[in-house]
Design a protein around this ligand. Structure first.
Ligand SMILES: [Zn+2]
Length: 111
């Protein structure tokens, strides 16, 4: 991908308008990150996969709550799962959004 000079682009107005679809996906993505429970779930999934049960126990949440939020995140393709017998193991499915989450957590913690 071509290196972009954002500052120059912003100041010269060369930047193309965002498409409707891009705007939709970006706002949905921030909506996904705009919920404390979903943030906790995604943060847990940073380094490894977890079963729904493990997530519920690890975060002290009801299993139905975790399943509901995982479905939301799955629809946006931010998490994926693999099935082992009757157990679903969830992991994150997008390095960009995990990076946004990491950056935002660092932003929240710096002075
Ligand atoms: Zn910052």
């Amino acid at each position: 991908m071509k290196e972009i000079n954002h500052e120059k682009q912003l100041s010269t107005g060369e930047q193309q308008e965002l498409s409707e679809e891009t705007l939709f996906v970006v706002s949905q993505t921030f909506k996904a990150l705009g919920d404390p429970t979903r943030i906790r779930i995604l943060y847990l999934l940073f380094d490894r996969e977890y079963s729904v049960n493990d997530i519920a126990e690890g975060l002290d949440l009801r299993q139905s709550t975790v399943s509901h939020q995982l479905r939301f995140l799955k629809n946006l393709r931010l998490v994926k799962y693999r099935r082992e017998g009757t157990t679903l193991f969830y992991s994150h499915d997008d390095v960009h959004v995990m990076d946004v989450l990491k950056q935002t957590i660092e932003h929240a913690c710096h002075n």
